[in-house]
Design a protein around this ligand. Sequence first.
Ligand code: ADP
Length: 258
Amino acid sequence: GAANPQMDIAFASADSPTKVIAVASGKGGVGKSSVTVNLAVALAQQGHSVGVLDADIWGYSIPRMLGVSGKPVAFEGMVMPLQAHGCKVISIGFFTDPDRSVIWRGPMLHRALQQFLGDVHWGELDFLLCDLPPGTGDIAISLAQMLPNADMVVVTTPQQAAQKVALRAGKATEQTGMKVAGVIENMATFTCPDCGSTHDVFGSGGGQELADALDTDLLGRIPIDPRLREGGDAGLPLVLSNPDVPASIAVKQVAEQI
Ligand code: ADP
């Protein structure tokens, strides 16, 4: 399928019922993968059929965050995704030795992504969330070519510096033709569990500013919650372990809008 990047990818067709959402960020560490897994599980809880495609080839963390490991099996020439908390999941982490780093280059990344989209038995999905690597790299461009109907959601912290690099990732969609569906501000205000006072640890306003600059909506503000990190480390997303805390409620509100 080198000539036509959309060949054999059912999600690429204009009448595909699956909403494909690429989750992007300008830089690493802003919580893009944490947001992806919580959003995926929230969508599954709302009754949708959900797939998670971990396209963060070098820095993959989806398997750990969803508490899923193992080698996917092939069935009738297709790779079966693994299951986690009601979601179908595929990650490069399922195919590599965890102690060896992945040093693939552009064309191989493109091929891996093509296989994840075309050779995986996703079945009928309402949503396919793709966790992109940070920045505006090869993978985002490949994904945009393969899936022209995909929407991008950009995750940023409230911090000015993070917002500026996220703007570059969002603006890259103008070249690729992908639509920006909105911005999610993560690591927003922290509320002290002991005294109830709030702290803007990473500043404030970055999410709204980014949304304005990209001419899109701020879909939600997810507060800092140490339990969100603990959930990620334990493979049990916060929306499952603590469904009623503000961070989970914020994620669920985003899930209702996308
Ligand atoms: P990225 O995918 O952008 O590199 P991660 O999702 O890996 O970022 O998050 C980076 C770290 O921050 C992880 O340890 C994660 O658990 C933590 N984290 C992310 N969002 C929050 C949050 N809202 N509150 C507390 N910790 C968070």
